[in-house]
Design a protein around this ligand. Structure first.
Ligand code: BEZ
Length: 222
């Protein structure tokens, strides 16, 4: 069982500390969708992401975009959980404004993390940051609770929902492997085969690249 985050979690630079392959630290928290425990998401994919603050322009566009794409994430069996330092009531007021102004309901949970205990454990907060805002970190967590990818954007640049979906598609496709996702890969496109690491294969290959660079049709999952 993963250790719960405690108040002594070390202060970390944004996106530092946790690595790909680590088990995502477990936590329980109050959210806009009731109390949530991270480990309850085991068995499905999860994108846990932080935003700097409610009622800010870039964050508002991100939440509108993610809520509009909610069914795309559901189709991939992936839950979304957001987090910021703002209070639950701030989250509620912001979601009401988003609903009224943009005609979209944000139904995925937004965690309140006023003490920054979770944000610090995940490296979502700049060390000694006086305004306590989290940066735009995104953790892709697989059904076994392992962090498979992470991104870190500054407050003034919003994330791309299509790229989040593409990353998720690529992670799910390589799990159906053994295949690799090349640059700019999109579902339906060819993937790469795992290179065969034997000298006989190298010497018998038809060309200089054939032994390590081979397309395969597998991995078209979406
Ligand atoms: C924004 O979401 O627009 C934002 C948040 C924090 C600092 C700067 C911009």
């Amino acid at each position: 069982m993963t250790e719960m985050i405690n108040a002594d979690a070390e202060r970390q630079a944004p996106c530092a500390g946790l690595r790909i392959g680590d088990v995502a630290p477990d936590f329980s928290a109050r959210t806009t969708a009731g109390d949530v425990r991270l480990s309850d998401y085991r068995g499905q994919w999860l994108i846990l992401f932080s935003h700097p603050a409610d009622f800010t322009p870039v964050c508002t566009t991100e939440f509108v975009a993610l809520a509009q794409a909610a069914s795309d994430f559901e189709q991939r069996d992936c839950a979304l959980v957001a987090l910021s330092v703002d209070s639950l009531f701030s989250h509620f007021a912001w979601l009401r404004l988003i609903r009224d102004r943009y005609d979209i309901e944000v139904r995925f949970p937004i965690v309140e993390d006023p003490t920054l205990v979770i944000g610090r454990a995940y490296g979502m907060v700049a060390p000694n940051d006086n305004d306590s805002a989290t940066v735009r970190t995104t953790f892709f967590i697989d059904p076994t609770g392992v962090i498979r990818a992470m991104t870190c954007y500054p407050a003034n640049v919003g994330r791309s929902t299509p790229e989040m979906l593409r990353t998720l598609d690529a992670l799910q496709a390589v799990d159906d492997g053994p295949v690799l996702a090349p640059a700019n890969w999109a579902p339906g496109e060819a993937m790469l085969a795992q290179p065969d690491a034997s000298l006989d294969t190298v010497f018998s290959a038809k060309s200089q690249t054939d032994w390590f660079m081979k397309e395969t049709k597998r991995g078209t999952r979406k």
